[in-house]
Ligand binder design. Structure first.
Ligand SMILES: *Cc1c(COP(=O)(O)O)cnc(C)c1O
Length: 458
């Protein structure tokens, strides 16, 4: 299986050709899902005792299966939070695989971890956190949030042994991402949601919510989660006033910037994140707005030691790593995963190749595209802007449309290969209403792309 034969050579050529073609193609075919039975009928069973051959298997992927996927970097894929990895990052993702580096400990991964840490140093510099703050790349925002919140709870329990028997409570807003509730469940922590209904969370509301807690709940409060760019609307909580409350109340302050984190590099909006430099931990997803391929998240801590207390794994088979690795940074000590891909390496290579100014400009372009789209919406009588664009998100309505109309329009445009734009819900006058939403990431999206989509709503 590991010897070099002709099949390997053919397969390698196929893979390289496909990869080069795919990354050169700015508007790949907008695929859509098919039923599993249908796919099986088209390709047959692919895993067999003798194997079907690399050329054959690759052909099935290239000609059938990949067409049942949505290329997330398509310039008219404006649904959810899209991604637009740079060509450099994609190519280096192949290099990362080919190099077979174990990314848990410095002992085995030093040169690769060095690359990751160079990229991390830049990310940390964007946050303004004090000297000593640092972070580590994770599989995504969910894993980053979990890692940060586990560190927060551990710190809370270390501070007071009577907390060990307590469940722990975290406070967040209704703008927080679904992963916060999901990870609270994983941790078996309680969660209370402060209702903001489309406004950002401020210190004042947080203070009021804490004041309303019972004495028992107040004792259990171990973290506050603010959002630096809500996934639905791009809204940034008032981080400075929240930081102040957390400081007074001595509660861990986590800022989830999984989507919005890239905007820390954008001078036009950087001031909206003021106060983030007071955070105890921050989540940023390079696979969202920092042009990295999937999957790459990041968690950053003000105090790395606290994270190490929570996450460092102990085992007799790991001791050698601790001895030899003591001279270097061990990513396994700061998040939930042991064996890990060096998933920060593609980001590093792309940053090293292009420089941080190109990143700044590409992120600013996403913000600009959102403003351009908002203007185009206002200029069309059949559309209505729900609120001014925020970061790269635009919320708008097609006058007179029902939720079914939005759904049908989404499917129609997707099936026709025009665009993928999905509806969301937004609270207006105390009721949730179905509306349409754009999220811009790809700097190659054009004004014509936006017109093309909006025209299909007339
Ligand atoms: C996307 C997102 C997450 C989850 O990140 P994954 O990378 O999908 O795990 C968490 N928080 C926010 C604000 C997000 O936008």
């Amino acid at each position: 299986m590991h010897t070099i034969d002709m099949d390997l050579v053919e397969m390698t050529l196929d893979v390289m050709k496909y990869t080069i073609d795919r990354i050169s193609n700015i508007t790949p075919e907008l695929g859509s899902p098919k039923k599993e039975e249908e796919l099986l009928k088209m390709v047959g069973e692919t895993v067999t005792p003798k194997g079907i051959g690399g050329e054959n298997a690759f052909k099935m992927f290239r000609d059938v299966l990949v067409k049942a996927t949505v290329p997330i970097d398509h310039p008219r894929h404006l649904a959810f939070v899209p991604a637009a990895p740079t060509r450099a990052a994609i190519m280096f993702d192949l290099v990362t695989s080919a190099s077979s580096i174990h990314g848990a400990y410095w002992m085995e991964g030093a040169g690769g971890i060095f690359c990751e840490n160079q990229a991390m140093k830049w990310l940390v510099s964007l946050t303004g956190l004090p000297e000593g703050a640092f972070g580590v790349f994770t599989s995504g925002g969910t894993a980053a949030n979990l890692s940060a919140l586990v560190a927060a709870r551990e710190e809370w329990r270390n501070k007071d042994v009577s907390h060990i028997a307590e469940k722990g409570l975290l406070l967040t807003s209704d703008g927080a991402h679904s992963s916060i509730q999901a990870m609270a469940k994983v941790m078996d922590a309680d969660i209370q949601i402060i209702t903001c209904e489309g406004e950002n969370l401020t210190g004042k509301e947080l203070k009021a919510a804490i004041a309303k807690l019972s004495a028992a709940d107040r004792k259990c409060l171990f973290a506050v989660v603010a959002t630096g760019g809500t996934t639905n609307a791009g809204i940034i909580d008032d981080l400075a006033s929240i930081a102040e409350v957390c400081e007074t109340e001595k509660v861990w302050f986590h800022v989830d910037c999984a989507y919005g984190g890239g905007a820390l590099a954008a001078p036009s909006v950087r001031h909206l994140f003021n106060g983030i430099e007071k955070a105890d931990s921050i989540t940023i997803d390079p696979h969202k707005w920092l042009f990295s391929p999937y999957d790459c998240g990041a968690v950053i801590y003000k105090d790395l030691e606290m994270a190490k207390n929570a996450h460092s794994q102990k085992g007799s088979y790991l001791e050698i790593f601790k001895d030899e690795g003591a001279q270097g940074f061990n990513p396994a000590d700061y998040q939930i995963q042991l064996t890990r891909r060096l998933r920060g390496m593609p980001l590093w290579f792309s940053l090293a190749m292009h420089g941080t100014e190109k990143y700044r400009d590409s992120i600013e372009r996403g913000i600009e595209l959102a403003k351009i789209a908002a203007k185009k919406i206002e200029d069309r009588p059949y559309l209505e802007l729900v609120r001014p664009s925020s970061l790269s998100v635009v919320l708008y309505k097609r006058k007179g449309w029902t939720p079914e109309d939005y759904r049908d329009w989404t499917y129609r445009n997707h099936n026709a290969g025009i665009a993928l734009v999905t509806p969301t819900k937004w609270m207006t006058n105390g009721e949730y209403e179905t509306i349409s939403r754009f999220c811009f990431i790809n700097p190659d999206t054009t004004e014509e792309d936006i017109d093309m989509i909006l025209d299909t709503m007339e």
